[in-house]
Every structure is written in structure tokens, then in C-alpha cells.
Write a protein of this length. Structure first.
Lengths: 61, 142
């Protein structure tokens, strides 16, 4: 998605190496995805649902 | 001792046949914090880069190369910026082993080809985004 749009950036974070970040984002299970600090979910989503979450995060601004 | 096994190398080498444009892996380290993880991260990145002439590596120090870190928006170590023809905004925090390792390889391939493996519907929605999107993905090696 980051390659498809200049507006998207993606950071992969190794949860055990960054316990402070993981705590701050309340990571209980992995993968955990946080979009624009507001939309969040656990587990891998199929592409259409993932896109819907991205659009929701943008609209929420 | 190598981090990647001979089998990993063989598999990645095969995947790297798809590389088109050059890729730069910008590694951020800092000896004062997470020295051992930074060392492992640098070693892993170099092992990956050795598998293709199209991949170059630059190692920076988070504390010393502050302007570059700010420009990349990197504030943690170990970190890897996966840069293709331009910076697409792809970052890895932590040593990318296990599941993250395949994501790193995929990221290298996608920035090199500039062709995301997304459906046309997804691509057209993303092309029409109304604002910036920051995606954080937390994972563990297993």
C-alpha cells in the first residue's frame, strides 16, 4: 500500500524488542495493526477489509 | 556466524531474480541502546544485500546522523528504511527475523519493481486517498 500511494507509510515493529511501544499501543496479540493512531485491529485481514480500515482511518480525521 | 542458513539464501536469491531497479537499505543503529540487536540487524541486512547486486546498504547512527533520521522519520533502533527509486515510506523497527524476514524480502521486491501486489480496486481507492495514512504493524518473530 505504501508503494501504491505516496500518502501511505508503513512501519513493521518487532513487538518484543519495543516493549514501550507495544505497551503504548496495547499490543495483546499479533499481528496488531494501528492506522493513523485511531483505527486498530488484531489479526490479518483480507485486502478489501484492510482497505476499508484504511479508508475509515482517513475519514475519521 | 551467518544468521541466514544456506537454504534461506538459496530461497531469497531465487526471489531476488524478480528485482528490477536498485534498492537501498538504510540501517539505523546506535551503540548506546540495543547494541547487540543493532549488530544483528546490520549483519542480517548485509547478508541479504550480498544476495543481489541491486541492493546497497548504508549504515547510519541515530544519535550522530540526526538530520537523516529526522528526514526518514526514524526515532528507534534498530531500524531499516527500504528505499527504491524513491522513499515509499517503508520502515522496519527491530531485527526482521521469522515472519518479519519474509516481509522484508517482499518489501525489497515491491520497492524494486514498483508493483504492489494489490487488486485494481484497492489501487484505485488508494490513488484517491483524502489524507495521509500511517500504518503500524506489530508482530513477533514466531
Amino acid at each position: 500500500m505504501a508503494v501504491a500511494s505516496d500518502l501511505v507509510r508503513a512501519t513493521a515493529i518487532e513487538a518484543t524488542e519495543f516493549p514501550d511501544l507495544s505497551r503504548a499501543y496495547r499490543v495483546m496479540a499479533v499481528p496488531k495493526i494501528v492506522i493513523n493512531e485511531r483505527v486498530q485491529f488484531e489479526g490479518a485481514l483480507p485486502e478489501p477489509e484492510f482497505l476499508a480500515a484504511v479508508l475509515e482511518a482517513v475519514d475519521a480525521k | 556466524m551467518a544468521i541466514m542458513t544456506a537454504r534461506d539464501e538459496q530461497e531469497v536469491r531465487k526471489q531476488f531474480e524478480r528485482l528490477r531497479d536498485s534498492v537501498k537499505l538504510v540501517v539505523f543503529s546506535q551503540s548506546l541502546s540495543a547494541a547487540e540487536l543493532c549488530r544483528q540487524n546490520e549483519q542480517l541486512v548485509r547478508e541479504v544485500a550480498d544476495l543481489s547486486d541491486k541492493i546497497s546498504v548504508e549504515v547510519l547512527n541515530l544519535a550522530i546522523d540526526r538530520e537523516r533520521a529526522d528526514a526518514y522519520g526514524v526515532d528507534q533502533v534498530p531500524a531499516i528504511v527500504v528505499e527504491g527509486a524513491r522513499d515509499y515510506g517503508i520502515r522496519f523497527y527491530g531485527v526482521p527475523t521469522g515472519y518479519e524476514f519474509s516481509n522484508l524480502i517482499d518489501a525489497i521486491i515491491v520497492v524494486s519493481t514498483g508493483e504492489p501486489a494489490l487488486s485494481d480496486e484497492t489501487k484505485s481507492s488508494l490513488a484517491a486517498l483524502a489524507g495521509p495514512v500511517d500504518i503500524k504493524v506489530f508482530s513477533t518473530p514466531t
